[in-house]
Design a protein around this ligand. Structure first.
Ligand code: ATP
Ligand code: MG
Length: 557
């Protein structure tokens, strides 16, 4: 992949370091997911930064699973994360690492801290630790166990490791400053007892290192030069630096940036998991989810997601990005690559009264006006057709240019047709629209310079096939759920999916491979669902409509 040319404050820092020969000019980054859920579009931003920076400066980027919490982690997430990073177009080569691979090293470093009097075993319960910690406005109190001797601490820590004590009875804590204005520095816990099976180390350990301790040391072990993370870790940076300085090991530089927030979207894995568990969606890869696998299934391209991450840039301040921008990037990409087809989603029958009964003609249709290399295809035409129900109005107002009694329109690629009469059911529903065609307008060309105001898409009834088409709307009813007083679960849009089962599609759509991304002419972009489609029975997901809200927003500015 080509490295992108955009620049921002992080790249300025990196360039400065290269100029100054820091780490001999090397750039080594990492993407560090916790395997406790699948990746979302926010992670895509981090991935583009971590891998993108390495690409741009000829460096390397590791994939490291920060797997320090055995109770919430699963191998399925590890596999999903790897698939998603690859799909986004990035590669960690042979550098797939796990924080759990460093458990022995971490343990040794913990003993080193104890030996230098910088860590102690504390017998306070979790609740007591919280009480002693104080608040943002009040200093904490030292633990009564803070002054244990090095020998006693070492002995107790080894016995914690040997499984001599029940959970919650003891922790190992760093010895910093209980009156620090930063609560994270008030003797943070660095090891806890947990009798949980780990997805990689099995039952080997019953003590597990905490995230803050693990993260900076993992970065150090991997000789990461620039450790990018989101702003919430800014308050952990002092601790990160403290551990590395106390241990006198390789010292990466942590640099924080603002996380991505998107309108109409919740992003935290915890919330996404809740929507999965409470069956608001069909799973992590539901096309409505902001997960990488959900976006992929919806029809997003990796290129459009990377383009989006590029355009939003990087900042030091939290903000919320308009979903319309993401959709704009998607449309821009799909407009170039999506082949056009005709599909009638809400069909009504059209009968061409003056067209021969058994005749079939084939008209040549352009697959993609944006790319002549995509060629053409032959579309069958016959006496009985379908058009969209909303392309016809019985009592058409003046501004309605589509089909109506006495009015003439073009059927795309085929003929001019004029509505002569309609047939209704007993309940008043329009059952048949009877038209005549002008044989001189073959190919949809005007025979005599005569103009029509509309061109409709259509399918031949005898040749079309029935298919299921799924439409989606935002999962949330408000643009900024973080501003709402309500819990996000009370903001769920209960009508975020509509399943259309009576769609009539042109035959060329029948055997498209899964994940094909196409445009239904005049309607929108769709893709062949990669999970539920069967050979010869494709299911189509609506990816995005044709109208570009973002361009309109930009024009208004
Ligand atoms: P969440 O809060 O959504 O559950 P997380 O931060 O706990 O996510 P991790 O697996 O720890 O998820 O994240 C891996 C990397 O992705 C981290 O470096 C994190 O800072 C980054 N990241 C997570 N969410 C976002 C986001 N919304 N925007 C940008 N980067 C993000
Ligand atoms: Mg996290």
């Amino acid at each position: 992949m080509e490295a992108k040319e955009n620049t921002h404050f992080i790249h300025e820092i990196v360039e400065e370091d290269i100029r100054n020969g820091k780490h001999d000019g090397a750039v080594h980054t990492r993407f560090p997911p916790e395997p406790n859920g699948h990746l979302h579009i926010g992670h895509a931003k981090a991935i583009c930064l971590d891998f993108g920076t390495a690409l741009k400066y000829n460096g390397k980027c590791n994939l490291r699973f920060d797997d320090t919490n055995p109770s919430k982690e699963e191998t399925a997430y590890v596999d999903g994360i790897k698939e998603d990073v690859h799909w986004l177009g990035f590669d960690w080569e042979d550098r797939e690492y796990y924080a759990s691979d460093y458990f022995d090293q971490l343990y040794e470093y913990a003993e080193r801290l104890i030996a230098s009097g910088k860590a102690f075993v504390c017998d306070l319960s979790g609740e007591e630790i919280r009480e002693y910690r104080g608040t943002l406005t009040e200093p904490g109190k030292p633990s009564p166990w803070r002054e244990r001797s090095v020998e006693e601490n070492l002995d107790l820590f080894r016995r914690m490791k040997a499984g001599e004590f029940p959970e919650e009875t003891r922790t190992l804590r760093a010895k910093l400053d209980m009156s620090s204005p930063n609560v994270h520095n008030r003797d943070p816990v660095i090891y806890r007892i947990m009798y949980a099976r780990h997805h990689r180390t099995g039952d080997k350990w019953c003590i597990y290192p905490m995230y803050d301790f693990t993260h900076c040391i993992s970065d150090s072990i991997e000789k990461i030069t620039h450790s990018f993370c989101t702003l919430e870790f800014e308050v952990h940076r002092y601790l990160y630096d403290w551990f590395l300085d106390e241990l006198e090991v390789f010292h990466p530089q942590q640099i924080e940036f603002a996380r991505l927030n998107l309108t109409y979207t919740v992003m935290s894995k915890r919330k996404l998991l809740q929507m999965v568990e409470e069956k608001i969606v069909d799973g992590w890869n539901d096309p409505r989810m902001p997960t990488v696998s959900g976006l992929r299934r919806r029809g997003y391209t990796a290129e459009s997601i990377r383009d989006f991450c590029d355009r939003i840039g990087l900042a030091k301040r939290e903000s919320i990005v308009d979903l319309a921008l993401l959709e704009h990037c998607l449309r821009t990409d799909l407009n170039k690559r999506a082949l056009r087809y005709m599909a009638v989603l809400d069909p009504v029958q059209v009968i061409i009264d003056n067209y021969p009964e058994d005749k079939v003609e084939y008209f040549t249709a352009v697959n993609n006006p944006e790319n002549p290399d995509d060629g053409t295809r032959e579309v069958p035409f016959s006496k009985e057709l379908y058009i969209e129900r909303n392309d016809f109005r019985e009592d058409a107002p003046k501004k309605f240019y589509r089909l109506a009694p006495g009015r003439e329109v073009r059927l795309r690629y085929a003929y001019f047709v004029k509505c002569e009469s309609i047939v209704k059911s007993a309940t008043g529903e329009i059952m048949e629209i009877h038209c005549t065609y002008d044989p001189a307008s073959s190919g949809g060309n005007s025979p005599d310079g005569r103009k029509v105001k509309a061109t409709l898409h259509w399918v031949s009834a005898a040749h079309a096939f029935n298919a299921e088409v799924r439409h989606f709307d935002n999962l949330l009813t408000v643009s900024n759920p973080a501003e709402s007083e309500l819990d996000f679960m009370d903001l769920i849009n209960t009508e975020s999916r509509e399943i259309l089962t009576n769609c009539k599609l042109e035959p060329a759509l029948k055997d498209l491979p899964v994940e094909s991304r196409i445009q239904f002419e005049r309607i929108g972009y769709y893709c062949v669902d990669r999970i539920d489609s069967k050979p010869g029975k494709p299911i189509f997901n609506r990816t995005v409509g044709l109208r570009d809200e973002w361009s309109r927003i930009q024009k208004r500015k």
